[in-house]
Design a protein around this ligand. Sequence first.
Ligand SMILES: [Zn+2]
Length: 250
Amino acid sequence: MKLWIFLFLFFSNFAFANSIFVKYEDKKIQQKYQPYVNEALNYLNSNFKEFITEPINIKIDISKNNQQDSFVKYINNSCSVNINFSEEKPHIFNKFTDDFEFVLLHEIGHCLLNKNIFLSESFFWDISLSDSEISYLKSLSNKVEKPITDCLGCESKKDFNVLIAYHENFADIFSINYMNNKNKNYPIILYNYRYSNFLKSPLNTNYISHLALEKFINLKNNKEIKIIEMKIIAQESMLNYVNIFLKNRQ
Ligand SMILES: [Zn+2]
C-alpha cells in the first residue's frame, strides 16, 4: 500500500507521459502550485500527448529574489521550460494562479511548436504563400535569438522576427484555448492585454498575438480547435501583421 502511494505521488508529482518532468525550487511553492501544474499537465497529457515529441523539463521558481522572466530553452533533444515570478500578483487575469497556468501552458506551447523552425531553411508554413512573400518572410527571420524569453507587461522593444512572432502567436493561442475552459472572458481579456502592450511599440515587438486572438475568438465558439488550426491562425495573423505594418515601413 505504502509503495503504491509512493509510486503514485512520485509519478503524479514529477512525470507525465514519461516525458514531462517538473522541479520546484521551493517546497512551499510546490505545495501551493502543484495542483495547478498537475491540472494543466493532465489537460496536456489527455489532449496533446502525440505532440510532445521531446522531453519537457519544467522548473518553477516563484520568489522575491527571482527577477528573471519566464523562458523556454531548447537543450539538445529536450525542451527546458523555466517559469519565473517574483510576486504572486496577477498581471493579465484576475487571479495569480490563472496567470501562472497561462504562462506555464504558453511556454509549453513553445515546446510543442518545436525548435525546428529555427534550425531549418525548409518550407514549413501551412498557409499558401507567394514566392515573394516567402522570400520577404525569410528576410525577417534571419536574426534568431535564443532562448525565447517572455516578459509580461513590458515593452519588448526587440526587432521583429517572423519566427518568434509566429511562436508567440501559437503559444498564446495554445494556452488560451485551455484558459477559455476556466473563463469564457479570458480570450478577450488576453486580447486587450496584448493589444495595449503592442501599441507601446508596434514596430519593435514580437507580441502581435492580438491579431491571432481575434481570429481565435471568431473561430472558437465552443468548438474544439486542433493544433493545425492553431498553427494556421498563428501564421495567417503573422502574415497580416507583416503585410499591414511592415511592408509600408521604410
Ligand atoms: Zn512566448
